[in-house]
Design a binder for this molecule. Structure first.
Ligand code: PLP
Length: 387
C-alpha cells in the first residue's frame, strides 16, 4: 500500500467487539484471568496493553519493520538498546550525537564498563579504525543533530554485517516518513517519538523497530523487566499524532526549504547547515537514502552575543529545546539540548542556532528572522552614528 494510505489504515482495536474507529484507551493496570494459571493475551499493563499494542504494530509498519516497541522517552528506548550489551563491550558512535545520548554513554554506560568511541561517521575510514575486538554496536544519527552531517547508511551496513555488529540508527530527525534505515541495512531503528512521530509537543515517548526475532524478544524482556513502556493514554496520543505524520512533515519541510534559502543569502549568517541546499556536502548522498530534507535548520551567526540576541528577538519562534512540533522553535544547542556535551571536543559552536520549522506561513517566519538578525546590527549602526 502507498504510505499515505498506510498512515491511516490499520486496525484501531483488534478483537474489540464494538469496532471503535479510534483506538480505545485501555486505562487499566490489570486484566482478569480465566483462572489462576490461564493467562490471557494481556495480564498486566507493564508487560502489555492493547492500546500500546496498536501503536507498536503501527510504528513497526511505518518504519518497514516487523517488531515495534514504545517507551516512555527516547532515552528509555536508547537505554533499552544499550541494555543488550554487557561490561567489556564497546560502542562506536557518531561525534555529533544528541547531548542526552552522549550523557547516557559517558555518565551511565562507561562507569558500568561499556566503553565508547566517538567518530565522524561520514568518514567510513574513521569508523573502521575505531573498531576493536570488543566492539558490539554502531550508533549513528543521519542527518546528525545539530550539524546535519550525512552518513552513508548502506555503506556502513556492509561494515557492521562483516564485523557482526548491531547497527543502530537514530532516525528522530527525519522520522519514518522521510527515511527508513531498516531497508538500507540497519538492524535497529530508534526514535525520540517526542519529536515528529507524536508531533504536538504533548508527550515524551521513544520507539524501537527491528526485524530480528531473537533481539526483539530481548527488547521486550528489558521493556517489561525495567518497566519503561509507554502508558495507555500516551500510546493513544502517539497513535493520533501518527495519523497526520505525512501532512505535518511535508508542510514543515516545504516551509523549511524557503527559510533555508532565505538564510543562505542573509548577510548576518556565516554558515548554514541544511541538507536540502545543493552545496551541502551530504546533499547527494542524503537524496539517495531519504525522501526529503526535513525541517531542522542550523546556522551560525557572528558571535555568541549575536546568536543570543537573535533568539531573544524572534517573536514567532518559541525558545525551546526539542523539535518536530507544529509551531516553530529556536534554540542554542550549546546551552540547551547539547549542554551536557559542553567542554568535550565534540561540543557544538556557541554561536550555532537551531531552528525547528513548524507549519506556519514561510514569509511570516522569514520576516521574523530577518528583523531578529538585523536588530543587533541596527543597534551597532546607531551606536556608531552617536559616537
Ligand atoms: N535522539 C535524538 C536525536 C534526540 O534529539 C533526542 C531528544 O532530543 C533523543 C534521542 C532523546 O529523546 P527523549 O527526549 O524523548 O528522551
Amino acid at each position: 500500500m502507498n504510505r499515505w494510505t498506510d498512515l491511516v489504515h490499520f486496525d484501531p482495536c483488534p478483537g474489540d467487539i464494538y469496532r471503535a474507529n479510534s483506538t480505545p484507551i485501555y486505562q487499566t493496570a490489570t486484566f482478569a484471568q480465566e483462572s489462576m494459571d490461564a493467562f490471557g493475551k494481556y495480564d498486566y499493563s507493564r508487560s502489555g496493553n492493547p492500546t500500546r499494542s496498536v501503536v507498536e504494530s503501527h510504528v513497526a509498519k511505518l518504519e518497514h519493520g516487523k517488531y515495534g516497541y514504545v517507551f516512555n522517552s527516547g532515552m528509555a528506548a536508547l537505554n533499552t538498546i544499550f541494555g543488550l550489551l554487557k561490561p567489556g563491550d564497546h560502542i562506536i558512535a557518531g561525534d555529533d550525537l544528541y547531548g542526552g545520548t552522549h550523557r547516557l554513554l559517558s555518565e551511565r554506560l562507561k562507569p558500568r564498563g561499556v566503553d565508547f568511541t566517538l567518530v565522524d561517521t561520514t568518514n567510513i575510514v574513521e569508523v573502521i579504525s575505531a573498531w576493536k575486538r570488543e566492539t558490539r554496536l554502531l550508533l549513528i544519527e543521519t542527518p546528525s543533530n545539530p550539524l546535519q552531517k550525512i552518513t552513508d547508511i548502506e555503506a556502513l551496513s556492509h561494515f557492521t554485517k562483516e564485523k557482526g555488529l548491531l547497527f543502530v540508527v537514530d532516525n528522530t530527525l527525519l522520522s519514518s516518513w522521510l527515511q527508513n534505515p531498516l531497508t538500507l541495512g540497519a538492524d535497529i531503528v530508534v526514535h525520540s517519538a517526542t519529536k515528529h512521530l507524536a508531533g504536538h509537543s504533548d508527550i515524551t515517548a521513544g520507539v524501537i523497530i527491528l526485524n530480528d526475532e531473537a533481539i526483539a524478544q530481548k527488547i521486550a524482556f528489558i521493556q517489561n523487566a525495567e518497566g519503561s513502556a509507554l502508558t495507555p493514554f500516551e500510546s493513544w496520543l502517539l497513535i493520533r499524532g501518527l495519523k497526520t505524520l505525512g501532512l505535518r512533515i511535508e508542510r514543515q519541510q516545504s516551509v523549511a526549504h524557503k527559510v533555508a534559502q532565505f538564510l543562505k543569502s542573509h548577510e548576518c549568517v556565516k554558515k548554514i547547515y541544511y541538507p536540502g541546499l545543493p552545496d551541502h556536502p551530504g546533499h547527494d548522498l542524503h537524496q539517495k537514502q531519504a525522501k526529503g530534507f526535513g525541517s531542522i535548520i542550523s546556522f551560525v551567526t557572528d558571535s555568541y552575543e549575536h546568536a543570543r540576541s537573535v533568539i531573544e528577538k524572534t517573536e514567532l519562534f518559541t525558545i525551546s529545546v526539542s523539535f518536530g512540533s507544529l509551531n516553530s522553535l529556536i534554540s542554542l544547542p550549546c546551552n540547551m539540548s547539547h549542554a551536557s556535551k559542553r567542554g568535550c571536543k565534540e561540543s557544538i559552536p556557541q554561536n550555532l542556532i537551531r531552528l525547528s520549522i513548524g507549519i506556519e506561513d514561510a514569509d511570516d517566519l522569514i520576516q521574523d528572522l530577518d528583523q531578529a538578525l538585523h536588530q543587533d546590527i541596527q543597534k551597532k549602526k546607531i551606536r556608531a552614528v552617536n559616537l
